[in-house]
Design a protein around this ligand. Structure first.
Ligand code: ES4
Ligand code: ZN
Length: 324
């Protein structure tokens, strides 16, 4: 099965590029910039990746990205990840980044976007892997800051596929960001949002109604609202589900308890993704394999899920046809 899943052309739609920072690269970049890390070794860093919930992960995640200081670090981060993705049989990636987490550390938006997009071009040249960039707003910071960030992104709009919404979900409903999402829409940007991971099903509805998103990141808690499930099914709204992330952040107790079989039974448009592969036990291939092991899914189910991702991607129709 591993060989089959590896060869299956996969697209990854839910990936935080800062969450691909493996401890080995973290140590290299720390050395380059003479930064003191809170870990004595790569092994000690890995051992610290034990989380109780989303917030306890986010604390470690924001700490880790402190080694990203300039264009070169964003380039190294993205190229390192895209090479691993290519080796796992990933043919297209939509990578999110969190500009506010870097702007607040004094790293300019131009450096972030230049480094990431230079790596994306090089990866396409080297390995034929295509990729798009998604700019995410941090929902645990103010809507005003998100508006400023969108304004700063004006010179780079042609390099963005969409805007997203991430970070601590609880008590940060999507509606707070209605204005910035409306402006993004005016600018011609597609919209997605994390919803229904730790937050309630209501946040999924709110993201659909008030942010006009075309995809939901996670969305696993939609099952708590049958009318919402019906709407998601009828509108074929893709859910970018991240099973290993859900286990590591204790959204579910273990893979056996994951609601993916019910989501599939409900006729929803599902995709499998890694979220933060350096922190949650592996990339998109490991997530496919974990589903095979937990649910006994056969090849046909994975063919459908991989096709869902390609159909749901921000791709021009020519590239989509090549990938299907
Ligand atoms: C994130 Cl809400 C969430 N989940 C996983 N990774 C993240 N990175 C930023 N926000
Ligand atoms: Zn995520």
């Amino acid at each position: 099965m591993r060989e089959f899943l590896k060869r299956l052309p996969k697209a990854e739609l839910h990936l935080h590029i800062e969450g691909t920072l493996e401890p080995e690269l973290m140590f290299r970049l720390a050395e380059r910039n003479a930064i003191q890390l809170p870990y004595a070794s790569v092994d000690e860093a890995r051992a610290a990746y034990q989380f109780e919930d989303l917030q306890s992960f986010l604390d470690v995640y924001y700490q880790g990205m402190n080694v990203l200081r300039g264009e070169e670090e964003f380039f190294d981060l993205a190229l390192d990840y895209l090479e691993r993705a290519h080796r796992d049989g990933v043919v297209h990636v939509e990578l999110s980044f969190d500009p506010q987490a870097h702007l607040t550390r004094g790293v300019g938006l131009d450096l972030q976007i230049d480094g990431l997009t230079r790596a994306m071009s090089e990866a396409e040249r080297n390995w034929g892997i295509s990729s798009r960039l998604i700019m995410s707003f941090l929902r645990d910071r103010s809507p005003q800051e998100a508006l400023q960030t969108l304004k700063m992104a004006t010179p780079f709009l042609d390099r963005l596929a969409a805007v997203g919404l991430d970070s601590a979900e609880r008590d940060n409903p999507p509606g707070r960001f209605a204005e910035v999402f409306a402006q993004a829409r005016q600018l011609g940007l597609a919209r997605i949002a994390h919803a229904g991971e730790e937050g309630p099903a209501d946040y999924i509805r709110e993201a659909l109604d008030r942010l006009q998103v075309c995809r939901i990141d996670h969305g696993v808690r939609c099952l708590e609202d049958s009318a919402l499930v019906k709407e998601l099914r009828q509108r074929r709204i893709p859910l970018t589900v991240c099973p290993l992330s859900n286990v590591h952040l204790k959204v579910v107790d273990d893979m056996q308890e994951h609601p993916l079989p019910q989501l599939l039974e409900a006729g929803l448009t599902l995709t499998l993704n890694s979220d933060d592969p350096a922190y949650f036990g592996g990339g998109v291939l490991e997530n496919y394999l974990a589903c095979h092991e937990a649910f006994g899914w056969d090849e046909n189910i994975f063919i459908d899920l991989a096709e869902n991702a390609i159909q749901s991607a921000f791709l021009d129709e020519k590239r989509r046809r090549v990938l299907l």
